[in-house]
Design a protein around this ligand. Structure first.
Ligand SMILES: *Cc1c(COP(=O)(O)O)cnc(C)c1O
Length: 407
């Protein structure tokens, strides 16, 4: 059955619901899930042409699957990129990016506040293969510019960061990358294309963990890279074909359906996060709040310009306390007194998630490195979901009412 072509100039909300590969002959309204590892070829000549890349056609789900293709088309439409490639996880996307663009002797400049596994992949795994990375300040552009070397091939940024929500200037970084002849990749996990489109700001590649807001309901692990047709076809797909960090069609289908509500969820969860951040900032048991939507945030103006005027759905705060041990005990009291929020190492769910970064996501850092990263034992991170705001405030009040500033 031939698909009605979509009309031109559609809005993001429409693309998120309507972009997909052609329907099957059955005319299903919800996109089909093609759980098939391979695809039957009509004859040997056609198979030969498809394997040689001379004719389009599905071959084998390590690198071609219609359900994965629907997810890729839809995410590309939202990010405003020419093409997209789904991957098994967010980290598989970072791995594929680095395998495709880097070789021994190359150099990377990366913010030192990126996701922990991204930091580790570059600093440990790629260092083994002779790729050097300079880690620089998330917010100080002169550090990025100074770190550029003749062999710099990749600038890697993530904004806002986890858990302190530091914001970097994507347009300014793209200028630095362009001048250096390097690629700028931006991890858009926290904002998603519903709030921020790095390609429009000059980034070359958008990196996604589909596990977070793209799925949006904490069901699957997935990832993706969005970039030009040329980069996806000539750089990324050959690595995918050889190395196989492929996205399962089932997981792709879950993300595909998640994208249909992405914009609504991001707006609603960000609005709740702003109200919660304002309430926490006025709370006597809270020492400091980290949230790009608050005027007190050091990059508030930049965040508002870059993120559709929205702070995003993640915030963090320091509880009061008069020593490292006391602050940690207070943070634990606030977390353990909740009866609704999930204590779990994820984010991007409609269920609100509360974590203690200093002993979980950043627990493996030395105390000195943790201090350097600005992550105190007093820090609590919240990825705000869709529960009623009054219930979330009450849930935090249970613990906040119990703690005190002095031990
Ligand atoms: C979770 C996350 C990743 C890694 O994604 P996985 O799907 O867990 O592999 C990368 N970047 C950011 C910002 C993340 O939050």
């Amino acid at each position: 059955m031939t698909e009605r072509a979509l009309p031109p100039h559609l809005h993001l909300d429409t693309l998120a619901v309507r972009t997909a590969v052609d329907k099957s002959q059955y005319g299903e309204n919800s996109e089909a899930l093609y759980l098939s590892s391979s695809f039957v070829q009509p004859d040997s000549e056609t198979a030969a042409r498809r394997f040689a890349g001379e004719e389009d056609g599905y071959i084998y789900s390590r690198f071609t699957n219609p359900t994965v293709a629907s997810m890729e088309m839809r995410l590309a439409a939202l990010e405003g990129s020419e093409a997209c490639l789904g991957t098994a996880s967010g980290m598989a996307a970072v791995l594929l990016l680095c395998m495709a663009l880097l070789k021994s002797g190359d150099h990377v400049v990366c913010s030192h506040s990126v996701f922990g596994s991204t930091h580790k992949l570059l600093s440990t795994e790629f260092a083994k293969f002779g790729v050097q990375t300079t880690f620089v300040s998330q917010t100080d552009l002169t550090e990025w510019a100074k770190a550029i070397q003749p062999n710099t091939r990749l600038l890697f940024a993530e904004t806002p960061t986890n858990p302190l929500t530091e914001v970097c200037d994507i347009a300014a970084l793209s200028q630095i990358a362009r001048k250096a002849g390097a690629v700028l990749a931006v991890d858009n996990c926290f904002c998603t294309p519903a709030l921020q489109t790095p390609i429009a700001l000059g980034a070359d590649v958008v990196v996604h963990s589909g596990t977070k807001y793209l799925d949006g309901q904490g069901r699957v692990v997935a990832g993706a890279l969005c970039a030009s047709k040329e980069m996806v076809k000539d750089k990324f797909i050959p690595v995918m074909r050889s190395a196989g960090m492929s996205l399962s069609p089932f997981n792709a289908w879950v993300v595909l359906k998640g994208l249909e509500t992405l914009s609504l969820r991001m707006k609603a969860q960000s609005a709740q996060a702003l109200e919660l951040a304002q309430w926490l900032e006025d709370h006597p048991k809270v020492a400091k709040v980290y949230f790009p939507g608050l005027p007190s945030h050091p990059q508030h103006a930049l965040a508002m310009a870059q993120q559709s005027g929205v702070g995003g759905p993640v915030l963090a705060f320091d509880v009061v306390g008069d020593s490292v041990a006391h602050s940690r005990a207070n943070a634990f009291t606030v977390i353990d007194s909740t009866q609704l929020m999930s204590i779990t190492a994820n984010l991007g769910d409609v269920k609100t998630i509360i974590t203690h970064p200093g002993s979980t996501s950043h627990g493996r850092l030395s105390e000195a490195n943790r201090q350097l990263a600005g992550i105190q034992q007093s820090l609590v991170r919240i990825a705000v979901g869709l529960e009623h705001l009054d219930d979330l405030k009450a849930d935090l009040s249970r613990g906040l009412d119990l703690i005190s500033a002095t031990s």
